[in-house]
Ligand binder design. Structure first.
Ligand code: FAD
Ligand code: UDP
Length: 371
């Protein structure tokens, strides 16, 4: 066989595995069906701005090993995510913090804010059963109605009562004037873009783009002793048990002849009426400067529209409800029986993974397989 490992997918999971395996002296071929590397973290330079083509990506982690690992391949800037919520023209600070509570209720002290939340939370008794109850129990009904309900229903295309509570638990609630969206020790954007980061990881490794593994599986399998597959798990099994559902996202990108459209990288539109969920203004991930440190006269924005995934669309967010989780478990049982193929990453594990979790998971897999 020509290679020790065939890695299917050049997203972060695939790139980490390929890098680690090569470092351990294994021969590796990476393939991807897309015309570019980096999977969903792919960035493309336009007008001096690194545009996040598959959605805005902010790297954040509490895992020192992961942070040190990515810093081997790129420098990271000091970007801190602080999105603004726009509810029918009213602006609120996110995540939920003292600036938000002050604007919503006029409260000034943390005690007043806590009292307001405690009063509104009373309507939920017992363990929250769904996202609506979880949200009200975390921040009260006013914030739920203005900042959560519309956004979440657009994002997931489902009523908040039908969504699992854990989705909203990701968001911090703080009684301090701290609008850093993430509770993470380390945060930033790779200088020069994510594509460059992945390029560095894959340096010296053979990569074949525009190659769909499932279309030439036999031929490709014959080239390698082992396969690491990071594509959708249901696609691997030819959807024999049915389709796993995803949420997809459509991006409408515009280049504007003005230096500053919204003054922030992300503005979430939290009302139900605005059709997009949020607008990203990519230049603010790099403080509006190009690589030489000059101000950029134009700007590029992306409006994000969330949609139900249908066959042929890019799968973005796994829908982790009971039905899909049960179906995934059945596919997982099939996957466990595949001798030569290991499954990993957001699509193959059907998991709502952040980048750092994907990297950690790939590093763990490599620790197991590299002897
Ligand atoms: P992917 O990046 O999806 O890579 C899989 C690769 O496999 C793709 O390149 C695909 O083309 C290829 N592939 C699939 N099938 C085949 C096949 N049959 N043959 C060949 N190749 C194939 N995480 C954060 O930490 N911070 C964020 O701010 C953040 N924002 C996000 C925003 C959006 C809109 C989305 C959708 C996700 C976001 N994430 C974020 C999560 C992050 O994108 C993922 O954790 C990470 O990119 C997953 O990496 P992966 O390698 O598992 O999957
Ligand atoms: N959310 C919300 N209002 C916002 C931002 C987020 O209600 O302005 C909810 C929404 O349900 C979302 C969840 O919080 O799915 C998690 O948000 P996060 O930004 O972590 O989602 P991501 O886009 O990273 O998956």
């Amino acid at each position: 066989m020509k290679y020790d490992y065939l890695v299917v997918g050049s997203g972060l999971f695939g790139a980490v595995c390929a890098q680690k395996l090569k470092e351990a002296g294994k021969s590796v071929l990476v393939i991807d069906k897309r015309p570019n590397i980096a999977g969903n973290v792919y960035t493309e330079k336009q007008e001096g701005i690194h545009v996040h083509k598959y959605g805005a990506h902010i790297f954040h982690t509490n895992n020192k090993e992961v942070w040190e690992y990515v810093n081997r391949f790129s420098e990271f800037n000091r970007f801190t995510n602080s999105p603004v919520a726009n509810y029918k023209g009213e602006l609120y600070s996110l995540p939920f913090n003292m600036y938000t509570f002050n604007k919503m209720w006029g409260v000034v002290t943390p005690e007043e804010a806590a009292a307001k939340i405690a009063e509104q939370r009373k309507e939920i008794t017992g363990e929250p059963k769904n996202l609506e109850e979880q949200a009200i129990s975390l921040v009260g009904r006013d914030i739920y109605e203005k900042l959560i309900k519309g956004y979440t229903e657009k994002q997931w295309g489902r009523d908040c009562k039908e969504l699992p509570a854990f989705i909203i638990k990701r968001l911090p609630v703080r009684l301090t004037f701290d609008n850093n969206y993430f509770n993470a020790l380390y945060q930033g954007i790779p200088v020069g873009g994510y594509t460059k980061l992945v390029e560095q990881m894959l340096s010296g490794i053979e990569v074949q783009l525009n190659t769909d593994y499932l279309e030439q599986k036999e031929e490709l399998d014959a080239m390698a002793e082992n396969v690491i597959y990071t594509g959708p798990i249901d696609a691997y099994f030819d959807y024999q048990l049915g389709y796993l559902q995803y949420r997809s996202v459509r991006f409408e990108n515009e280049t504007l002849d003005q230096p500053n459209f919204q003054g922030n990288a992300a503005v979430n539109y939290t009302d139900r009426e605005t059709p997009w969920t949020r607008i990203i203004e990519h230049k603010w991930f790099e403080f509006g400067k190009d690589e030489e440190g000059n101000d950029i006269p134009k700007t590029i924005i992306s409006k994000e529209y969330s949609s139900e995934w249908k066959f042929g669309d890019e799968p973005y967010y796994p829908v982790n409800d009971e039905e899909n989780t049960a179906l995934y478990q059945k596919y997982k049982a099939l996957a466990d029986k595949e001798e030569k193929v290991l499954f990993g990453g957001r699509l193959a594990e059907y998991k709502y993974y952040d980048m750092d979790m994907v990297i950690e998971s790939a590093l763990n897999l490599c620790k197991q397989i590299i002897k």
